[in-house]
Design a binder for this molecule. Structure first.
Ligand code: WTA
Length: 668
């Protein structure tokens, strides 16, 4: 988001108190919850943990040796048991757990009892393939019920899942499988996206066979995606390696006792982009993660027994993990899952889904909201959205215009909006309104969730009471990442070194900097104390709510045989928030054609996936660098966004920039 937008954010003075009828029925309407959590955060989190099922209680709530936290030490539980088995004793047994609709319109539904049986059969099948506690399983699936079933089946037997977003390329899948040494891959013949079929199995085959393949993979379980009883088809099965899910799982026993897991046993790895070319495997463990996913789902979404809750995120992202699977199912909610695009077959699809399923809670991303705005409110007026009572936003800053549109047109002016800030690393929501308590301001995620200690700090760790600085988390929280898979040094350096050696805070409220977490975001605090998260201050882009590392895209660009050097920056984009702007120098003697641009762009998609496709590619004879050879991204960003140039005195060759800017304006 550009500075200008940001200034307009801080001038935002529209406020929205929780509607009286909403507050009257809300699970939380007493602002005292904040003070009670602050009085004794460990006791507060232990109170939440006690709402879960533990086969053995913990001996100690927290052990904190920065940067290593352990929560609920000695406690034993199973995440899948908490999401399924414990709901079977009462009326939730026959309650709908999962409602699913495929893009072509096919539907499936599972009660808690049915979902439990499916997950148990899948878990038995995994066990029969020799998968067990401590193993890693890669999941590369479309948004079909089996995605959630496979995750829960892994959790049931104590294997960690590593879900890879179905939009990632074969190469991205291969890198993630190899980094985690996964023994099993679960994929599908295909899924639907905008009327077309995404051939996942074909990509999986490419990942497993080309360029060294994936030596750790022993078996591949392939789900057959059906439409109207007919399989999508196209999967070529490799004898001895590939097995059909329906053959193995349907025959397996539905009696599969859940593995007793330690609170700190690994639940999953999820890869996310950082500042280097290689994505990081974020590690989440069982007890603390589930506790905070459960607590935030319940309070932030004011979740009641009769809600129909829809989170539009793909299971390939952390939002899909915490708020499509673990959080809502641990709460015994009815969850809607939709496979496809919001404009298939037309731009009314989301609103039709809300009408058809009587959705009460909608959790989606600003990018989607901005697309809906552009498509026009007529699409919404064709459908009955009166079932909605609460709206959520996640993944990127929401601009006040989009917030207001969401409020008026989707929420009919009556639904509170929860703008939730968090990350793959935080595991669960960290900064958010509580819908029955918090007065909201369009564009602000407001205040930390009870028990979370967030702050805005200067470079040297001074507390900034009002104004801009670095977002910081000053106290361990249950669902915090426990590390980066295979890279403890990077874990320490990325998140815990920003204020190392400094004293953080001010007045009587200070602490050593090595225990303070740096999320990588810049933020400001307004006079009422509300947080405004502005966006990444590192080399991570947020394109349509998806995290993409500039270095990842740069490596993909220079991998193309014609490219000598490349630099990537994010440029403000009306719909996507940010778009990828690439600057490319070609190898000696090559012709800078439009066709080559397309080829380079396709190469990035092949290497990473469609989400990384450059919005613009600009040829340049040289890249602006400092005298020490560092690419000056800030200048490139200024050029990409058409701003006047900043200070170029440290530049090795200032004329490079002037030339670039002219070229960009002419062609970009
Ligand atoms: C950004 C997604 C402003 C932020 C859950 C963060 C947000 C990154 C918000 C994490 C929000 C997420 N307001 N910015 N409500 N939510 N972000 O790991 O830059 O995919 O660091 O997790 O998204 O992205 P991730």
């Amino acid at each position: 988001m550009s500075e200008n937008t940001f200034d307009s954010l801080l001038q935002e003075d529209r406020t929205f108190a929780p509607p009286a009828e909403f507050a009257a029925r809300a699970l939380v309407s007493d602002p005292d919850v904040y003070a009670r959590a602050e009085a004794d955060p460990e006791a507060y989190w232990a109170g939440w943990a006690r709402e879960l099922h533990w086969s053995k209680p913990w001996d100690q709530v927290l052990e904190w040796n920065p940067p290593q936290a352990r929560w609920f030490l000695g406690g034993k539980l199973n995440a899948a048991y908490n999401c399924l088995d414990r709901h079977l004793d009462g009326p939730r047994r026959t309650k709908t757990a999962l409602l699913w609709e495929g893009e072509p319109g096919d539907r499936r539904a599972f009660t808690y009892e049915e979902l439990h049986a499916e997950v148990s059969r899948a878990a038995s099948a995994l066990r029969s393939l020799g998968i067990g506690k401590g193993d890693r399983v890669a999941i590369y699936l479309p948004m079909i019920p089996e995605a959630a079933i496979a995750m829960l089946a892994c959790a049931r037997i104590g294997a960690a899942h590593s879900v890879v977003f179905g939009g990632f390329s074969a190469e991205s899948l291969r890198d993630r499988i190899n980094d985690a040494d996964a023994r099993l891959l679960i994929t599908a013949d295909g899924g639907y996206r905008r009327g077309g079929i995404v051939p996942l199995k074909r990509a999986a085959d490419e990942a497993l066979t080309e360029e060294g393949g994936c030596p750790s993979i022993e078996k591949v379980l392939v789900i057959q995606r059906h439409v109207d009883g007919a399989p999508v088809g196209g999967a070529v099965m490799t004898e001895g390696r590939d097995l059909w899910w329906h053959e193995v799982v349907d025959a397996a026993s539905a009696d599969c006792p859940a593995e007793e897991m330690d609170s700190e046993d690994l639940l999953y790895i999820l890869y996310t982009s950082g500042t280097t070319g290689k994505p990081k495997g974020i590690m989440h463990t069982t007890g603390g993660y589930l506790t905070q996913a459960y607590a935030t789902t319940k309070w932030v979404f004011d979740l009641k027994e009769d809600d129909v809750y829809w989170c539009t995120a793909d299971v390939g992202w952390v939002t899909g993990h915490s708020y499509l699977v673990y959080g809502p199912l641990a709460n015994g909610a009815t969850v809607l899952m939709y496979e496809g695009a919001p404009d298939a077959p037309d731009r009314g699809r989301f609103w039709k889904l809300i009408q058809d399923y009587r959705v009460t809670i909608l959790y989606t991303a600003p990018t989607a909201i901005r697309a809906f705005m552009k498509w026009g409110a007529e699409w919404l007026r064709k459908y009955d959205l009166s079932s909605l009572r609460l709206l959520g936003s996640v993944g990127e800053p929401i601009n006040p215009e989009a917030w207001m549109w969401y409020h008026e047109h989707v929420g009919g002016g009556r639904c509170p909006i929860v703008d939730t800030w968090w990350q793959t690393e935080t595991g669960a929501i960290m900064i958010t309104p509580l819908p029955g308590v918090t007065e909201t301001v369009p564009g602000s995620a407001t205040t930390p969730f009870p028990g979370i200690r967030a702050d805005i700090l200067s470079l040297h760790g001074e507390h900034i009471p009002a104004g801009g600085g670095f977002l910081a988390i000053r106290r361990p929280w249950p669902s915090m990442l426990r590390g980066i898979w295979g890279d403890p040094v990077r874990f320490q350096e990325t998140y815990w070194s920003k204020w190392q050696g400094e004293t953080v805070g001010s007045g009587d409220d200070t602490q050593p900097g090595e225990g303070v977490y740096f999320p990588g975001d810049g933020a400001k605090r307004d006079e009422r104390g509300y947080f405004w998260v502005i966006g990444r201050i590192d080399d991570v882009l947020n394109v349509a709510g998806h995290r993409i590392g500039t270095m990842e895209v740069e490596s993909a660009l220079v991998d193309h045989p014609a490219v000598a050097e490349a630099a990537v920056v994010g440029k403000a984009h009306e719909l996507k928030g940010q778009a990828v702007a690439a600057f490319v120098t070609l190898k000696e003697g090559l012709e800078p054609t439009e066709e080559l641009k397309r080829e380079i762009s396709d190469h990035v998609v092949r290497k990473i996936g469609a989400i990384a496709r450059p919005d613009t590619i600009l040829y340049t004879a040289d890249l602006p660098k400092t005298r020490s050879g560092k690419i000056m991204r800030r200048l490139l960003k200024d050029i990409a966004e058409g701003r006047t140039l900043g200070d170029t005195t440290t530049l090795a060759d200032p004329s490079v920039v002037a030339q670039l800017k002219d070229d960009y304006e002419a062609k970009g």
